[in-house]
Design a protein around this ligand. Structure first.
Ligand SMILES: Cc1cc2nc3c(=O)[nH]c(=O)nc-3n(C[C@H](O)[C@H](O)[C@H](O)COP(=O)(O)O)c2cc1C
Length: 371
């Protein structure tokens, strides 16, 4: 007994941990930097190709499902595919977010290809959000490399906490929003539209966390232990959820899918959302003229172009999509915003004091290449 520590968990149970078991426990959050890049077993892939696809895969996706695959036709000639095993039917039944995520992947791919001296020739194949083959791409060698700085792709990340509440400066709005004036709307924290999104985000999160299929789906994509995080290299880890220190240790070692279904876990999720929406410079909405596959892909690309620009201005982006995922909140959104276009992204934005390094994991290229 004297060598044992008693730990009272927030879930209300007391667990006993011996010193030895602590030493062998899952002691720290697994980070992207902890992952070694695996050897390329795919002999067809040239080093440029592998690097371009790796950079493409650093794109964001809902629950970090990474819903893309790449069919390798021949060198520099691929088909970007939609992997239906990575869909989120409970929160994204029409695969709208899946296609937006594939759009972010395409934007990264095009920027990365440019940095290696290729331009992309795209040919849209998909007619619906469910078609497996989405886009054919040919990489064509060009005379000069473009100047796109790939460290921007490597350093981009979603940040969810510690936003400052100052409104965006005029010159930052100019740089981020007005450079692509169509379809990007900034709602400063002082506006009534921003307050409306704050309130509705809390309401939508409550509705969603009461919906068991949505909560179950979330549980499926949480990688509680570092072992699982490493094994799947996707989903939401304690590091991506920004659960640090002692709480992170508890979650990594003692939590499982069952905990996610418990009432206290759901309540803590809502408390977290309340805190998050109370800190921001406001919201950015990205809209589109319609919901076609081509438009959704272009909208995903637009969001990624924006996302790759914010870090240099010390601005964080946190997509909070629940209003669009719950029908009652979605229905009221357009009239409340006075916007007639289709709202595709709701992004909380804010300045940060310290910009953290990216931590979310990615599957190695070999895992998403198909021949
Ligand atoms: C279409 C889409 C929807 C998203 N929705 C949410 C969301 O509702 N809440 C959230 O915390 N993050 C959301 N994200 C961010 C992802 O969780 C994040 O991109 C992913 O975990 C990978 O992390 P990274 O962006 O730091 O690379 C969304 C991302 C995309 C592309």
């Amino acid at each position: 007994m004297n060598r044992e520590k008693f730990i009272s968990l927030a879930i209300g149970t007391t667990i006993t941990v011996g010193t030895t078991s602590y030493l062998f426990s899952d002691k720290s959050n697994l980070l992207r930097a902890d992952m070694k890049t695996t050897e390329d077993k795919n002999k067809n892939l040239k080093s440029d190709e592998k690097e371009i696809l790796f950079l493409a895969s650093l794109a964001p996706s809902g629950h970090n499902t990474q819903p893309w695959f790449v069919q390798y036709l021949e060198p520099l000639h691929w088909i970007i595919g939609n992997d239906k095993n990575k869909w989120l039917p409970a929160v994204d039944p029409t695969q709208r977010e899946t296609i937006l995520s594939i759009g972010t992947f395409m934007q990264n791919l095009e920027y990365a290809a440019g940095a290696f001296g290729y331009s992309c020739d795209w040919n849209l194949l998909a007619k619906t959000n469910q078609d497996e083959q989405v886009m054919e791409v040919n990489l064509i060698k060009k005379e000069s490399k473009n100047a796109f700085d790939i460290t921007k792709i490597k350093n981009r990340r979603t940040v969810r906490s510690n936003f400052l509440s100052d409104v965006l400066k005029k010159e930052d709005i100019e740089y981020l929003v007005n450079s692509e004036p169509e379809f990007i709307h900034y709602l400063p924290v002082t506006s009534k539209e921003s307050q409306y999104i704050d309130e509705q985000t809390i309401i939508a999160n409550r509705i969603q966390s009461d919906r068991n299929p949505a909560q179950q789906e979330l549980a499926e994509w949480i990688r509680f232990s570092s072992k699982d995080a490493k094994k799947y290299s996707d989903g939401l880890t304690t590091a991506t959820m920004e659960i640090e220190g002692f709480s992170g240790w508890v979650v990594r070692n003692f939590y499982s899918k069952n905990n996610v279904m418990k009432q206290d876990f759901r309540e803590r999720g809502i408390d977290n959302v309340k805190k998050q929406v109370s800190e921001s410079a406001g919201w950015i909405l990205i809209t589109s003229k319609d919901d076609s596959v081509a438009t959704l892909l272009e909208t995903g690309r637009k969001m990624q172009r924006l996302f790759l620009k914010v870090r240099e201005r010390n601005i964080a982006i946190h997509p909070m999509t629940q209003i669009l995922e719950e029908s009652s909140t979605k229905q009221q959104l357009n009239p409340a915003m006075g916007i007639s276009e289709n709202i595709q992204f709701i992004l909380r934005v804010g300045y940060l004091k310290n910009y953290p390094q990216p931590v979310s994991l990615r599957r190695p290229v070999d895992w998403f290449i198909r021949s």
